[in-house]
Design a protein around this ligand. Structure first.
Ligand SMILES: [Zn+2]
Length: 298
């Protein structure tokens, strides 16, 4: 179910490509299960629910989409494993629910090129979602990704190989839709990106700012709200965990001082929240919440 909210006068929508099970140890790294299971209870396979949220911004520069979820090009056995069998067009369906078509999107910002963020950037050009020619899901959009991130994705190592799928971005290079950028970018007067290294070398978050209000779409700079409360709680997925801690320290201070609305991309319980003073420093006070494991009818 999409959530619509305003940042100043800027209309935003939080969309979702769907919830899938993910390994709890992956999300909480060296934190003992005894501790993180108090925040989110895993199932018998030690899996926890992971959402794949996107942000849609109705900006002066046009319609901006941040991240594209897993998309529909996964192999049948992966779709089965993630609980997506028989369900297609999840993100596009959410887009339609807030009144837009894929052709309406002007800019797609890819926070990074991991499969659960960039998978929906392209699609198979077949009527029944079976394998076929790969085309842009958003045919009129300019897609933005960081040069360092594209380099990592293009030349993965043994650890990162499984999450990078060339078909998610290569067709966009070939048809001229991928704009490769270096460092923070201003998309328009109210929307900009910010580099948040740690999860990857050049992860880009997105700020929306208007009328003294601000929203920060964190991407994988902080997956779960509790990871902002406890800076040492860093996912095992992060390539540079000590850098992740410093990135979170910076984000937390700035977001606290500005009373920023934070959007969590994977947290199955806390969709949005703001930082308030807590015993150990600023901590997230949830605003929009969901029940873990429910999929909101996607
Ligand atoms: Zn990632």
């Amino acid at each position: 179910m999409p959530y619509s909210l305003k940042v100043g006068a800027i209309q935003c929508h939080i969309l979702n490509d769907g919830l899938h099970p993910a390994d709890g140890g992956g999300f909480f790294g060296v934190v003992p299960r005894l501790l993180w299971s108090r925040v989110i209870q895993p199932n018998a396979d030690n899996m926890i629910p992971s959402d794949t949220r996107s942000l849609l911004i109705e900006s002066d520069a046009g319609l901006i989409l941040v991240d594209t979820g897993n998309g529909d090009k996964l192999r049948a056995k992966d779709r089965q494993r993630l609980g997506f069998a028989g369900r297609t067009d999840r993100l596009v369906g959410e887009l339609r629910r807030v009144g837009y078509q894929p052709s309406d999107v002007d800019v797609v910002i890819l926070t990074h090129l991991h499969g659960d963020h960039a998978g929906g950037a392209t699609r198979w050009d077949t009527p029944d979602h079976t394998p076929g020619p790969v085309v842009a899901t958003f045919p009129n959009a300019r897609y933005l990704c960081q040069r360092l991130d594209l380099a990592e994705a293009s030349f993965p190592n043994e650890r990162t190989l499984a999450t990078y799928h060339r078909e998610n971005w290569q067709p966009l290079i070939e048809n001229g839709q991928l704009q490769v950028v270096d460092g923070p970018q201003r998309i328009d007067v109210n929307v900009r990106t910010d580099i948040a290294p740690g999860h990857t070398a050049a992860l880009q978050m997105v700020w929306v700012e208007h009328g003294g209000e601000s929203l920060l779409f964190l991407g994988d700079a902080c997956n779960w709200a509790v990871q902002l409360n406890r800076l040492a709680w860093v996912p095992a997925f992060d390539l540079f965990p000590m850098t992740s801690i410093e990135t979170k320290r910076r984000i937390r201070q700035e977001a606290y001082e500005r009373n920023t609305l934070l959007v969590f991309q994977h947290d199955a319980q806390v969709v949005t929240g703001r930082l308030v003073a807590g015993d150990r420093g600023p901590e997230v006070k949830p605003e929009i919440t969901e029940e873990a494991w429910t999929d909101m009818g996607l």
